[in-house]
Design a protein around this ligand. Sequence first.
Ligand code: ADP
Ligand code: 5GP
Length: 215
Amino acid sequence: MLENNNVVKKGLLLVISGPSGAGKGTICKELLEKNPDFWLSVSATTRAPRKNEQQGINYFFMTKEDFVDRLAKDDFLESAEVYGNYYGTPRESVISKIEEGKDVILEIDIQGALKVKESYPEGVFIFILPPSMDELKRRIIKRGSETEESLMRRFKSAYKEVNYVSKYNYAVMNDELSEAVEKIESIITAEKCSVERMKENILSKEGIIHEQLYD
Ligand code: ADP
Ligand code: 5GP
């Protein structure tokens, strides 16, 4: 986005995580449909594609050897082993989109989110909560994507994962989908109005607010 003095204002980095089945993917899809200007990062993974998943659209599916090779080249902003597979966020595309002024969404697990928080604390970290653990289980089953073993692994992990909510900036319960999406849109709006993010804009409007206000 071009701002005062033709300086390109950096985009937001929005990190969305939460237990499997909470509805992260569904929320991100809806957010992108409503806001085509957002950019969703496509992760690399060693997990096998699910029915209907496409290479380069849902994930960059790759072998463990290729993943390890990319890891050694420091190609990932963060990476983690999640439910027995490796996942990683391609660094270069994320950083360049933010620099271009795009608002970037990462849909990643908690370990990955905490790593991003260390290297990029100005990110906005949102935890998606299910309305209940019973509903979470129903949703994973309804998705029909997991074997019994994988389902139980994901479901058991959820009990530990929810404890990490306190490390995030925001928690959004995904009961009614449209409400959860609206809440995230409101968070984005509020973040863009934060004094810290508005600093350059306000300071460059000569005479409106004195620089010393920020000292
Ligand atoms: P995650 O990406 O967190 O693993 P998904 O987005 O794949 O979760 O959602 C898991 C299942 O729950 C899917 O079948 C999805 O259609 C369903 N789902 C997502 N959000 C809601 C909601 N608000 N109400 C009911 N079902 C939902
Ligand atoms: P799934 O196999 O259901 O697509 O994803 C399993 C978990 O991996 C989800 O919690 C999802 O958010 C997470 N995940 C997807 N991509 C990445 C990534 O690039 N990095 C990390 N750390 N987690 C990811």
